[in-house]
Design a protein around this ligand. Structure first.
Ligand code: HEM
Length: 390
């Protein structure tokens, strides 16, 4: 019997073991890797309907919640101070509203010159060190890491610490490693939140903690979420985008030829790669949908990598086609929890990918794709290292 999730065998395709889930049945109840049963949703309309449905909860403390996450993530997501991404309205919206002005398209337009500078400085350093290199540590990780730490006011000098701690929380080799990383990062953020350097954390403190609307613990957990979500995801998108473009030379040629195609190309990359493979929810009331009834207390797993390859939503969905209209993908989720940082992520991808291919025209993989070690299930999909040369 099929289980969910399953390990990818190619960095840019959903697991081959999902074939059975792709017969057009939009949702079905199957066994998850942790032994729980849940509704796994692969239909595009159904995924969006459920993610927009107030009878569907993101609160991990609700009975029946499908906890297919590493133990340290579970500990953070069920703690009394858990961040707003794993809470329902009105608590979720109370914090989200405090942050929205930081991520508007107008704010991102103002940040673009800084992001561009970060991209070019990082490429300068990579070129000066010379080939071969690991693209993850030389480019994919430093760009979003520098951008988010500057936005938040987290000292970049601490980047090795917070990057490793985030990675250990999401992919800890052992529960002890993950628990220690979680404690260290919470301790770090709590200390920083007391007296933050200029930036988003300091603005939140002045506007909401000092006025009594938010506790320092809330601020620390919000900052922890923004720091982690802000660098791990975008770094992975940059790395997998580079692999996918290099593996599709005719698409890469088109990407290079016309800067006007970059925004649409990035939407196709987001769809095709779907680095956040699963969005987890639980029903808090009975929901009739697509000829089935999801009962209150039953888990719901939006299988985003399959939703983004649904044949009724995307023509010839397994084809990587930068020319297609892909913006209705669910790579950033949908509904009230839709990615708060999507404008920032897009700005970084729009600037980083063309600059990299432009300034390193001979860029190529230094290892065959099928020899790359892929990240395990239940984490942000990607590779931890990418040998490249030029
Ligand atoms: C390409 C990169 C990214 C991808 C694929 C991505 C994906 C996602 C997804 C799928 C969700 C929805 C989770 C859910 O519904 O349970 C989400 C939420 C979120 N993302 Fe991102 N994300 C990316 C970049 C970022 C960045 C750069 C930030 C910056 C701070 C960020 C911050 C957040 C936050 C705060 C939420 C929670 C929103 C809420 O619950 O209201 N993300 N992201």
């Amino acid at each position: 019997m099929i289980t969910y999730p399953q390990q990818r065998t190619c960095p840019y395709h959903p697991a081959s073991g999902y074939e059975e889930l792709r017969d057009g049945t939009p949702l079905r109840k199957i066994r998850l890797v942790n032994g729980q049963e849940a509704w796994v949703v692969s239909g595009h309309d159904q995924a969006r309907a459920l993610l927009a449905d107030p009878r569907v909860s993101a609160d991990r403390t609700n009975a029946g919640f499908p906890m297919i996450v590493p133990p340290a993530v579970k500990a953070v997501h069920t703690s009394p101070n858990r961040p707003f991404i794993v809470r329902d309205d009105p608590e979720h919206n109370r914090v989200r509203r405090m942050l929205i002005s930081e991520f508007t398209i107008r704010r991102l337009r103002e940040m673009r010159p800084d992001i561009e500078q970060v991209v070019h400085d990082t490429i300068d350093t990579m070129l000066a060190a010379g080939p071969p290199t690991d693209l993850v540590t030389a480019f994919s990780l430093p760009v979003p890491s520098l951008v988010i730490s500057r936005l938040l006011g987290v000292p970049y000098a601490d980047h090795e610490f917070f990057e490793k701690a985030t990675s250990d929380i999401l992919r800890g080799r052992t529960p002890e490693v993950s628990v220690k990383a979680t404690q260290d990062l919470i301790g770090y953020m709590t200390a920083l939140a007391q007296d933050p350097p200029p930036g988003l954390i300091a603005r939140l403190k002045a506007d909401h903690v000092d006025t009594g609307a938010m506790t320092t613990d809330d601020l620390a957990f919000t900052a922890l979420l923004l720091l982690g979500a802000g660098h791990e995801t975008t770094a992975s998108m940059i790395t997998l985008s580079v692999i996918t473009l290099l593996e599709h030379p005719e698409q890469l040629a088109a990407f290079r030829a016309d800067p006007g195609t970059v925004p649409a190309s990035v939407e196709e990359l987001l769809r095709y790669l779907t680095i956040v493979e699963s969005i987890l929810r639980v029903a808090v009331d009975d929901i009739a949908i697509a000829d089935v009834v999801i009962k209150a207390g039953e888990g719901i797993v939006i299988a985003s990598s399959l939703v983004n390859r649904a044949a009724d939503a995307f023509d010839d969905p397994d084809r990587f086609d930068l020319g297609r209209e892909a913006a209705h993908h669910v790579a950033f989720g949908y509904g009230v929890h839709q990615c708060l940082g999507q404008n920032l992520a897009r700005a970084e991808l729009h600037l980083a990918l063309p600059a990299l291919f432009d300034r390193v025209p001979g860029l190529r993989l230094a290892a065959p794709v099928d020899e790359l070690e892929l990240r395990p299930i239940m984490t942000i999909q990607g590779v931890d290292a990418l040998p490249v040369t030029w």
